[in-house]
Design a binder for this molecule. Sequence first.
Ligand SMILES: Cc1cc2nc3c(=O)[nH]c(=O)nc-3n(C[C@H](O)[C@H](O)[C@H](O)COP(=O)(O)OP(=O)(O)OC[C@H]3O[C@@H](n4cnc5c(N)ncnc54)[C@H](O)[C@@H]3O)c2cc1C
Length: 74
Amino acid sequence: MSELVVIGGGPAGVTAALRARELGAEVILIEREKLGGTCTNGGCVPTRALAKAAGSCGTRSSLPTMASGAWGRG
Ligand SMILES: Cc1cc2nc3c(=O)[nH]c(=O)nc-3n(C[C@H](O)[C@H](O)[C@H](O)COP(=O)(O)OP(=O)(O)OC[C@H]3O[C@@H](n4cnc5c(N)ncnc54)[C@H](O)[C@@H]3O)c2cc1C
């Protein structure tokens, strides 16, 4: 059985680790900060959430929906 050490728990590292597991390798994933990497913790997801919030705030018609707590469900 082969062993693999993946350094970095961003999208690339997690994908590599999962694929290696599918192929039967023993995998150790090392992440020094937060699992998920830039995309999950600082890039794509937060950026898109902030962009959507900023866009919605600029639309007066959306404010009652946001205030009622239903914002983001539809
Ligand atoms: C503001 C912003 C918005 C973005 N928006 C999008 C988008 O909308 N769509 C899109 O497709 N892409 C977007 N991206 C790009 C996307 O975030 C990256 O393409 C993606 O995160 C790259 O993944 P990665 O696994 O290669 O690297 P990273 O996500 O950077 O992960 C690397 C990981 O390795 C860890 N690491 C590094 N060195 C070590 C070490 N020596 N030991 C242990 N761990 C280590 C780091 O802590 C990090 O968690 C955006 C990026 C930014 C900055």
